[in-house]
Write a protein that binds this ligand. Structure first.
Ligand code: TXA
Ligand code: MG
Length: 339
């Protein structure tokens, strides 16, 4: 498979949009032009599609992704857009600004799942990064009708792409298509601002000057200490960690434990588990990645003090899954820690 180049025209892009939306609906990956850099997009509601983003980039970690939306209404169905966040969105969207706001927990009922993003997009956190881009990407999202999860369309550790050729050089053999709309106008990633009950924080300087944001809000943004290099600001926020302790590489289930299995072969004594989930009965790491956060949540809700986690293969997405599990298993300070 080699990525198809879809050439964006001044007008008459209906067929192109339908083709790209078809790929996304089928769980595929489409690189999209935005005003900042090209993004590697997948349906944000489809966990396996989102997992394929990490696979294609060769990212060894599940850091949270930006959910790209078509308008403020779509954003408001994913995260809490009020106060400063709403003012910034109204003034600077569409444009190179990403807002990190509290996630709206999807309701059960007929609306559940419609626009709520998959937990892999937020890396299981209670906040979500939202951005309304300019240009063809926005048209595609409106046509598709759902948010798109998209990191920059480069291989992990390489430069962000500002043309379709850059994307193809790095990812041509790993994605389904790229929409080629020429070079990006801003060429620098979006500015990321976190809005919470505390003062707004600048998580990443980018294509929109921080001063412009401060002027609109009439207050200073909190910044990270000068010189502090944060590659993935999302990793600093308090990530979801289960209440239960995790016991990794478990080949046997002990009495009272919950079980997170992987693959066909059940660990010894699996029947004794008080609750159990299998990340992928067929041993598919893409499926496993897409289920990781929801399965951990479900097992945590069983009330078991310990979750035994079966061995996970170390190749492909297994590396990112293991990284996430190690973080969840690490001893934590405070009352939530379990001996
Ligand atoms: O301009 C851009 O922002 C481009 C285009 C494609 O939109 N996207 C981009 O995505 O730069 P990415 O994945 O390369 O960077 C997104 C950053 C990551 O550092 C991630 O940790 C952070 O956003 N992030 C995402 N969700 C977050 C959250 N809930 N809290 C804190 N940081 C978050
Ligand atoms: Mg990036």
């Amino acid at each position: 498979m080699y990525a198809k180049r879809l050439l964006w025209q001044e007008t008459g892009n209906e067929e192109l949009l339908a083709e790209a939306a078809g790929i996304l609906r089928a769980g595929g990956l489409v690189a999209i032009p935005t005003e900042t850099v090209y993004g590697l997009a997948a349906d944000a509601t489809n966990g396996e599609a989102v997992a394929r983003i990490f696979e294609a980039k060769g990212r060894p970690r599940f850091n949270p992704l930006i959910a790209h939306v078509a308008d403020t209404a779509m954003a408001g169905r994913c995260g809490e857009l009020k106060g400063d966040a709403l003012r910034l969105a109204a003034h600077f969207w569409p444009g190179p600004l990403t807002l990190v706001v509290p996630l709206i927990v999807p309701l059960v009922g007929p609306l559940a799942g419609e626009v709520a993003v998959h937990p892999l997009v937020t890396a299981g956190q209670k906040t979500i990064a939202l951005r309304r881009p300019l240009g063809p990407a926005a048209e595609l999202i409106a046509h598709f009708g759902r948010p798109l999860a998209a990191p920059s369309a480069n291989r992990s550790g390489q430069l962000s792409p500002t043309s379709a050729d850059h994307v193809l050089e790095q990812l041509g053999d790993r994605i389904d298509a790229v929409i080629d709309a020429g070079p990006c106008t801003v060429g620098l990633e979006s500015t990321i601002v976190a809005i919470s009950d505390e003062a707004p924080r600048l998580l990443r300087p980018g294509g929109l000057a921080a001063e412009a944001i401060e002027e609109l809000l009439d207050r200073r943004l909190q910044r990270l200490a000068p010189g502090a290099h944060v590659e993935a600001p999302g990793m600093l926020a308090s990530h979801y960690a289960p209440r239960a302790a995790l016991r990794l590489d478990a080949r046997r289930v002990e009495a009272g434990e919950a079980l997170l299995a992987f693959g066909e072969k059940a660990p010894e004594n699996a029947a004794a588990a008080v609750a159990s989930r299998n990340l992928s009965a067929t041993g598919d790491l893409v499926e496993a990645a897409s289920r990781l956060f929801s399965d951990l949540h479900a097992l945590d809700e069983s009330g078991a003090a310990v979750i035994a986690v079966a061995p996970i293969p170390a190749h492909g997405l297994g590396e990112a899954i293991a990284d996430r599990l190690r973080r969840a298993a690490a001893p934590r300070p405070g009352p939530a820690s379990s001996g």
